[in-house]
Design a protein around this ligand. Structure first.
Ligand code: ZN
Length: 243
């Protein structure tokens, strides 16, 4: 089975279309979303519609929780807070209801999907260090897990025998040789690793291999949409540099 695992779309329709087109060309059969379909970008409704038409395998991100008042936005930066309010104004009641019932963690076949961390998914912390990864590995009930949230593609490995944790940013990740693996699939709509191209992962369960892809799209067009929508300019400009 080939899974397209993607998330942190953040209302960026052009990036989403680019990823879905590429994934279809790679033979993706199932789609799994690690959350944050909305927030920051100008097309929350369109992105929601596109993702929902493709899959039910969706977990809630902090931006989903924020627009329906399930997460405290006190810790969001002012631009993110403004985007949360703007997004809430541009979703239908039905969409808000849908967002409200999204789970934080999901089991999909033999793997786990969560937006932030496995050990405390509702706190929306980041897996950015070996220590943070250790907590999530200890709480993980499957050998493989996909996450998002940091907008930086990276894979964490855990070897139970040696009790070792390490990470890699290789674009080809062989699975199965290690006890456990947590893959951050990066961000479709607002990458933050100095690469503006949309990110997603194609996971082939037969070959036991995950591949990171980066997709070029018309960033300038998306940037202009965000400005025209009256959203903070910084949310438009950061897309150009992937930061
Ligand atoms: Zn995000």
């Amino acid at each position: 089975m080939r899974y397209c695992v993607f998330g942190d779309i953040h209302g960026n329709l052009e990036a989403l279309e680019g990823v879905l087109e590429h994934a279809a060309g790679e033979g993706a059969e199932r789609y799994v979303c690690v959350g944050d379909i909305i927030g920051y970008g100008a097309d929350p409704h369109e992105c929601m519609e596109r993702v929902r038409a493709l899959t039910h395998e969706i977990v809630a991100g902090n931006h989903e929780y924020a627009v329906v008042g399930r997460a405290d936005i006190e810790y969001f930066n002012p631009y993110a807070r403004e985007a949360v309010r703007w997004t809430a104004d541009h979703l239908s009641d039905e969409e808000k209801q849908f967002v409200h019932q999204l789970p934080l963690v999901r089991r999909v076949d033999a793997f786990t999907v969560v937006h932030a961390t496995v050990h405390n998914p509702g706190l929306f912390g980041y897996i950015e260090s070996a220590l943070a990864a250790r907590n999530s590995f200890q709480a993980l009930e499957t050998d493989l897990c996909f996450v998002g949230h940091s907008h930086v593609p990276v894979t964490f490995f855990y070897n139970e025998d040696g009790d070792e944790i390490w990470y890699s940013q290789d674009t080809e990740v062989p699975l199965g040789d290690f006890s456990r693996t947590i893959i951050n699939v990066g961000s479709v709509g607002q990458p933050r690793d100095d690469n503006p191209n949309a990110a997603y992962v194609l996971y082939d369960s037969d070959l036991q291999k995950a591949t990171f892809h980066r997709i070029h799209y018309d960033v300038e067009f998306t940037r202009k949409k965000i400005l025209d929508a009256g959203l903070p300019g910084i949310l438009a400009d950061r897309l150009l540099v992937g930061r």
